[in-house]
Design a protein around this ligand. Structure first.
Ligand code: COI
Length: 359
């Protein structure tokens, strides 16, 4: 692996007490190139512009995928990465679906470790903040024919972040959409494909203009069953059961989703991964059995949901605060990620960076 450290760090310009999500990027990035059937060695270099031609394949056909991960400050000298193998596996699953080349686990893991070692001072020390890691791959051939590119670029860029939703622990407000759908069986919904997000921006803007935070997506065929929120997976605590839509090709297999189900099972909570209709949720609310609703994602962490709107009807719950189950989940999950509680699942991957973290 080639590593070229910057001679001009920007870290002293950063106001770590005022971080927004995804606005600033740390000093270095990792780059790999796929050409003639093989990936180049990772090249870590100063973060900066890349040169592409207007004929760049990804710009025309959307052959682009990404991952979302975080590096957590776990005390002097230790930065925790989380469920690296799962993120690597999902990246490769997305690559397969989008007809892109897979990446070796060694390059992915060693590349991330080296990047973190170099930019460890960019990992915020405040609990709840983290260094967001954005591995992404795109078709880099300069060729405007609608078939898979034969050349690709893979990058990892990193960004110190605070909470994704400005609401923080204030519950988010969701609405279903009668007009739009996110994914259909056999499509790309379970891949972390850039285009899945592009297609959600118009409905998300409509939702925001009507006072909601995000869209709660329903299945594309019947518009009856809940799927996900696009920025996070969704969980319903009904009586004492935790219910989440099952993965059947249209829902992103969230790593936080998988962690939440594992932690809930560890506590002895019944977890049901199944189809759940929006009508069932409204009924459960009306008969008092819907205790909590929350979203889960790397960026969103555990985000309480305080309102769901569907076809002119609205239910509200946990209006001003996070519910006790979601709070317990947040505490346990972030406890593991930030190295505050025992990682009984072996999910964390510590990167040791010496004791010189001073930011
Ligand atoms: C993540 O949670 O990491 C994602 O990629 C979601 C994105 C909306 C920020």
């Amino acid at each position: 692996m080639k590593v070229t450290p910057t001679s001009n760090s920007r870290i002293s310009d950063i106001d770590f007490s005022n971080l927004q999500f995804g606005r600033i990027f740390s000093d270095h990035m990792l780059e790999m190139t796929y050409k003639d059937g093989t990936w180049s060695e990772p090249d870590i270099k100063p973060y900066g512009p890349i040169t592409v031609e207007p004929s760049l394949h990804a710009l025309h056909y959307g052959q682009a995928i990404f991952e979302g991960m975080k590096a957590y400050y776990a005390g002097p000298g230790t930065i925790n990465l989380f469920r690296l193998d799962d993120h690597h596996e999902r990246l490769n699953n997305s690559a397969k679906r989008l007809c892109m080349p897979e990446l070796s686990s060694d390059n992915f893991i060693r590349g991330l470790e080296e990047l973190i070692k170099l930019d460890h001072q960019w990992v915020p020390k405040t609990f709840g903040h983290a260094l967001y890691l954005r591995p992404f791959m795109f078709a880099s051939e300069h060729y405007i024919a609608a078939k898979a590119s034969s050349e690709y670029k893979f990058f990892i860029i990193t960004s110190p972040v605070a909470a994704y939703y400005s609401e923080g622990f204030n519950p988010v407000k969701l609405t279903t959409s009668e007009k739009f759908v996110r994914a259909v069986r056999g499509g790309t919904g379970e891949a972390k494909a850039a285009g899945n997000y592009a297609g959600s921006f118009l409905p998300a803007r409509d939702a925001r203009e009507n006072g909601f935070t995000q869209v709660l997506w329903l299945d594309a065929l019947e518009q009856k069953y809940v799927e996900e929120v696009g920025t996070m997976n969704i969980f319903f605590l009904i009586d004492d059961k935790l219910v989440t839509p099952k993965l059947a090709g249209t829902v992103l297999p969230g790593i936080t989703r998988r962690s939440v189900t594992a932690l809930a099972k560890e506590w002895g909570t019944d977890v049901e991964e199944r189809r759940i209709s929006i009508d069932e949720i409204f009924e459960a609310h009306n008969n008092g059995s819907l205790k909590e609703v929350f979203g889960a994602g790397t960026a969103a962490v555990i985000s309480p949901v305080g309102l769901i709107h569907h076809k002119g009807e609205t239910i509200t719950l946990n209006q001003n605060e996070i519910g006790p189950f979601a709070k317990k989940m947040f505490d346990r999950l972030t406890g593991i990620q930030y190295g505050k509680t025992e990682d009984t699942f072996d999910w964390t991957h510590p990167v040791h960076v010496g004791n010189e973290i001073t930011v």
